[in-house]
Design a protein around this ligand. Structure first.
Ligand code: NAP
Ligand code: SF4
Length: 677
């Protein structure tokens, strides 16, 4: 092996088959799985990742029956007629030498549909539907449904199946006392609670034989009350091995857990020690997962013997060629998943197709295609934020001659502000990725250069992409010009801030700035994993005896007194992402931030901020007011409608629409425009 990622790139022999390396693309619902007519798109999506070098792929969850649907009419495999579209997928993956497993997912009480069932009739906090308790006979029938799905998967060309037994889905509901309150042979001690999972594995093995991968995704850490202890997790792992499981995959935390497990503020590889504790007790290969997004982290885990394979789902959405880049010493070219969830999981929860904020081609491989141009043009991109960099790199990659003008000393735009927020250090990676791409695609980058239209016309550009971004909105109340009134950009760039602070505006940036102001100055970034676990109440002992691996969180005294304010009367943070908003709200609540809604701003003086609430004037005695009241577009360079220009002008990102300033839209708009020029 000549590369420095010897463990990650080494094959894994499973006896009857070999995986070409140790990288697993974990299961991730894209929304394409649910409709047969979307399977050509799904095949292209998986095919591209197989081409990109991944060793093993696991599909999004497919239900064995109607009761198991996550959403109404979700993807199901229980008749011969379901096979044909899946053959497109398995063929696309096998063509490139990768293997693929069908994930069998029965949602149990997490199903968002009226047929839901579970171990006991206890409603989950994340679905409005109360489940029916499965009877003994229904459990036996469900086992047969799993077997049928596995047999059909084999017929469709899959190399095996993954049985989803973690994250709080049906089998996890049986495994843990949190939901399983039965006192028949399927409930009570762990030997009974695990019977359902074990019988499924045995029955599939008996039906299909030895030459078929059975992977089981087991919860290492439930992170819910009455969750399993590590001893119980190990008991289940050993029983699954005995029953015939080939690979043991890792799940961390139920979906209803109130401890974050995958968002960007979770330190990289935070949970790998729990996986290592299980690995020591079994002899089948064990897969580590959660917040592993770069090759160095992955290699370190394998080299330390903590796992045999590394599972990544989102990082392979962000970069289909992650493995090939790693194998050819091009790690600096990896488009890193920043764990924002904005375009993947948040889309899934809104029943939209999952894609990726940093890679708009993910799950759009057949629609957003970058074809080499036959007519290279001279293109100017004005503004080096993510919208501009996305447009410039795609256009240059297609063969156009691109010049990028940036008024500041560095590219990155708003991401340069985001990357200093505690827990958002991953945003550095996106700037690094684009900088490398600008260089590789040969974009002429002119920093510290504020251009105007005359200059652009003089240089003879044929197309001009205006990506000049935004400026923070200023307040228009008496006292808003006082020195203690700062914009969020000034604060994040290091302006001194007092002890008592009012943050005006509670959008994403108001929340981010509040978190920034709560960070103790001496706290290193990124936060050390032990500190993070203490703060969130995760048991530090890999062989934990606490139920679900939880302990009382450590509360640090707040560094500042903060008011977070908004004019709307809706709850603060209601517009934040579904999968991330609760983490931000919990953080601020824990640190005593006072969140006030229905506030009218009256005036600012040396004594503080005057506001009106519930019809009464009040003084908030603060030293500093930080304005996070949204942005305004910067677009002077755009010609007026109808004005004659030599070049064709286009506008994208925040310059086009400040009201929805959003990196997801900005990067996509840049890429889509550049794909057409
Ligand atoms: P935003 O979400 O639009 O929030 C700005 C808030 O300022 C508004 O909710 C509004 O609330 C208030 N406001 C607007 N005009 C005002 C005025 N004239 N005076 C006083 N208050 C005013 O914008 P943002 O927080 O700057 O975030 C920008 C974008 O960045 C977001 O759309 C988001 O996509 C992205 N972002 C997301 C995250 C995240 O999800 N964690 C983090 C950072 C940024 P009221 O009208 O109720 O007062
Ligand atoms: Fe990762 Fe965000 Fe892309 Fe999801 S949208 S894959 S979390 S970068």
């Amino acid at each position: 092996m000549t590369t420095s990622y010897a463990h990650l790139l080494s094959p894994l022999h499973l006896g009857f088959t070999t995986l070409k390396n140790r990288v697993v693309m974990g299961s991730m619902h894209t929304g394409l799985e649910d409709r047969f007519y979307n399977y050509p798109k799904l095949a292209a999506y998986f095919g591209e990742r197989a081409k990109g070098g991944v060793g093993l792929i696991i599909t999004g969850g497919i239900s064995p029956n109607r009761q198991g649907w996550l959403l109404p009419a979700g993807g199901t495999m229980n008749t011969l007629g379901d096979i044909a579209p899946h053959r497109l997928v398995t063929h696309a993956v096998h063509k490139h030498g990768a293997k693929i497993l069908l994930q069998i997912l029965h949602a149990g009480r997490y199903g968002y549909q009226p047929f839901v069932v579970s171990a006991s009739p206890i409603k989950s906090p994340i679905s409005p539907f109360k489940p029916r308790q499965l009877s003994d006979k229904q459990i036996l029938n469900t086992i047969q449904d799993y077997v049928k799905t596995a047999s059909l998967a084999k017929k469709a060309g899959y190399d095996g199946v993954e049985i989803m037994g973690s994250e709080g889905y049906l089998l996890n509901q049986f495994l843990s006392r949190h939901v399983n309150q039965r006192n028949d042979r399927w409930g009570g001690p762990i030997e009974n609670r695990m019977r359902f999972a074990v019988e499924i594995v045995k029955a599939i093995r008996a039906e299909i034989g030895d030459k078929f991968i059975i992977c089981f995704r087991l919860s290492m850490l439930d992170l819910v009350h009455d969750g399993n202890t590590m001893d119980e997790v190990i008991t289940v792992a050993k029983a699954l091995e005995q029953a015939g499981v080939t690979l043991l995959n890792t799940g961390i935390g139920w979906h209803e857990a109130r401890i974050p497990t995958i968002v960007t503020s979770v330190p990289r590889a935070a949970f790998v020690d729990y996986t290592a504790a299980v690995k020591q007790q079994v002899s089948i290969p064990v897969i580590a997962s959660n917040r592993i997004n770069m090759p160095d982290t992955a290699e370190e885990i394998l080299a330390a013997g903590k796992a045999d394979m590394i599972q990544m789902a989102r990082p392979l959405l962000a970069d289909a060629f992650w493995v090939n880049k790693t194998a050819t010493n091009r790690v600096d070219e990896i488009n890193t998943c920043i764990a924002c969830n904005q375009a993947c999981l948040d889309h899934t929860f809104k029943n939209q197709r999952a894609t990726c904020l940093v890679n708009p081609r993910a799950a759009y491989e057949t629609e957003l295609v970058y074809v080499k141009t036959k007519q290279p043009k001279r293109i100017a991109v004005v503004g080096g934020g993510v919208a501009g960099m996305s447009a410039a790199t795609v256009a240059a990659g297609r063969g156009h001659q691109v010049t990028l003008f940036e008024a500041n000393a560095d590219v990155g735009g708003q991401f340069n502000l985001a990357k200093v927020i505690p827990g958002k250090e991953e945003f550095h990676e996106t700037i690094r990725y684009f900088k490398v791409q600008l260089e590789k695609t040969g974009v002429d980058v002119r920093l510290n250069t504020k251009v105007n239209r005359e200059q652009l016309e003089r240089e003879g550009f044929e197309e001009v992409i205006v990506a000049t971004g935004v400026v923070p909105r200023t307040l228009n109340i008496p006292g808003s010009d006082l020195p203690q009134v700062l914009s969020y950009a000034e604060v994040l760039n290091g302006a001194p801030v007092g002890y008592k602070v009012a943050v005006i505006g509670a959008g994403g940036i108001g929340f981010d700035v509040s978190e920034f102001l709560l960070k103790p100055e001496q706290q290193p970034q990124p936060q050390p994993v032990e500190d993070w676990k203490r703060e969130w109440g995760v048991d530090l002992n890999p062989h934990y005896v606490s139920e679900g691996g939880m302990q009382a969180p450590e509360i640090h005294p707040p560094v500042r007194e903060i008011y977070l304010l908004q004019r709307k009367t809706t709850p603060l943070g209601a517009g934040l992402g579904k999968t991330t908003g609760w983490v931000h709200r919990a953080q601020l609540k824990k640190h005593g931030v006072r969140m006030l809604r229905g506030v009218q701003y009256k005036a600012i003086g040396d004594e503080g901020l005057w506001v009106e609430m519930d019809g009464h004037d009040q003084l908030l005695r603060v030293d500093t007011v930080v304005v996070c009241a949204g942005q305004e577009s910067v677009k002077e360079i755009m010609p007026a409608t109808g004005q004659q220009t030599l070049a064709q002008y286009h506008i994208i990102g925040g310059a086009k629409l400040a009201a929805e300033l959003d990196a997801k839209r900005a990067i996509r708009e840049g890429a889509e425009l550049a794909a057409k020029l």
